[in-house]
Design a protein around this ligand. Sequence first.
Ligand code: FRU
Length: 618
Amino acid sequence: MGMRYMRNLFRGLTVVSVCVAGGESLHAQSEKDVRVDFIAPDRCLIRINGDGRYLMLPIEECHDDARIEVIVNGRREQIVNARLAINRVDYVVPLEVSRYDREALVLAVETRQSRSDGRSIEDDACWELLALADDFDETNTEKYRLAFHHTPPRGWMNDPNGLVYKDGIWHLYYQYNPYGSQWQNMSWGHSSSTDLVNWKHHGVALEPNALGTVFSGNCAVDTDGSAGFGRDAIVGLYTSAGATQQQSLVWSTDGGDTFSFYPGNPVITLPTEARDPNIFRYGPGGDWVLILAHPLERETLIFTSPDLREWTLRSSFGRGPGAPEGIWECPDLFRLPVDGSDEEKWVVLCNLNPGGPFGGSATQYFVGDFDGRTFTPDRDEDGNVPTKWMDFGKDNYATVSFSDAPDGRRTVIGWMSNWEYASAVPTMQFRGANTLPRDLSLFRAPDGQLYLRSKPSPELTALRGAPTVSHKTATAGRKGLNVPLPTANDGICEIDLTIDPADNEPVTLTLANGAGEKTVMTYDPREATFSLDRTGSGLTGFHRDFPATTVAPTFSDGGRLTLRIFIDRASIEVFGDGGRFVMTNLVFPTEPYDHLTITSPRPARINALTVYPLHPAN
Ligand code: FRU
């Protein structure tokens, strides 16, 4: 009985009514199978007598974390911080207890809130629904759960980590809290895909240990076994975040499912905060190179090593170049071809928070040369190192690339959110999504500078259904060209078009729904800009920094602009001019946008207008 109710608890936001309906029997079960001894106004001990793989913890998001120490035979095995419910239950999360000998297991819970409230922990709402379950339904049917972007099945997600391709599989690890939908308990979640579109979830790959929680890092394939863990082992470096931030080495010989922790960890310890290591091999048989963020110094440090264990600091890049505010996080360093030439250049990606072009977090980059030890940035005509932005929306952060991608591809994925409001977005049982995968190259713009070109990864076209709209050519004037959008699957779609403005007049594309909500995009050929205004896009009031207009430069040829626009349940990604600009923004319309209207003060030509309904991915 109890088990069935736990399954129901995972059906989106129906949680409270289900709890009420099932309350009594769950309570009865918990009394028998789970014993809670209240030992102080803010403390209790939980003992488990019954069977069940998971102890389901009832969560209420608006409170402080309770600290749960998992103690086995007197030894502390795990610490979980979870916002145990005080007044009502928002959702439940599973704590796997089957891996411990339950006779020897006790969970010591300490809450902060009860003590400060002057009430006893005994009065908290969570105890009534604390129960064991063997299984739970992870189908999350929340309205804003994205349909063709990677999201965690439940819980909080931020940065993509450990992106690596091996044996036909793309591995995506990510900063993960399995015990709630707010930032906490940093671990690496793991998903994998054979096509960058459909993702399988594998749960937690790396958990906190005595050196600290598991912050960001990356993985690569050690083809010749240079680290001593065997040929083709997946090796990874991440930041152990404890009292200080140190770098730890891990490896996997089962294709990335499980990792071993190198006993000599940490492999790099610095006197100041340093994090988010990113490793790659410099040429076949060459040294390993590691680029590490030195966040507060606003620089990156570059180390080399023959074996991933002994690292030598070779150089640094930063302390000057780049946007003037924020701290530097999640760097990446890689080589890229320049379109239309034989030239190759190196790029440092450097994520910055805050200080992005529209507030909060964003990804900046620098183009230059790298000789295996030192990165030398290109300078502009005035001798300055230009600051360049990878994405011109508000919701693209912590972007890093896959190691060992096939066919020389440099494929990146970002976290589709912004530290300003990531914890406040109107979702519940999960929080956080990834951007669509993008393939990078460089192009030379009319100003003589090299910029990143971000194309949607080619795998995405497999999501397309038969077009619902297909116009070779049409006209958009004052009256407006009306384009119905698909209705299936909450209207998820891709809209492709080419705009030929008349007399350099602006062209406006408005996505709208029956609730009067609108996202307004404007191409202004005179200014050579493309903007997106989400101030009236749907739910925006959950955080003051969410309503915004973001603006991208266009490099349009004689005023002509091509666009590929991807619309998911809570996001809009615009790729302009064959990827010469990209703009990623979250939106939360209360109902799907069901039409697009294109207007211009003078009749603009709209060519090759195609609307593809998209299939939801797994
Ligand atoms: C970036 C970041 C990283 C850190 C991680 C912690 O978003 O702050 O620097 O490793 O998130 O979750």
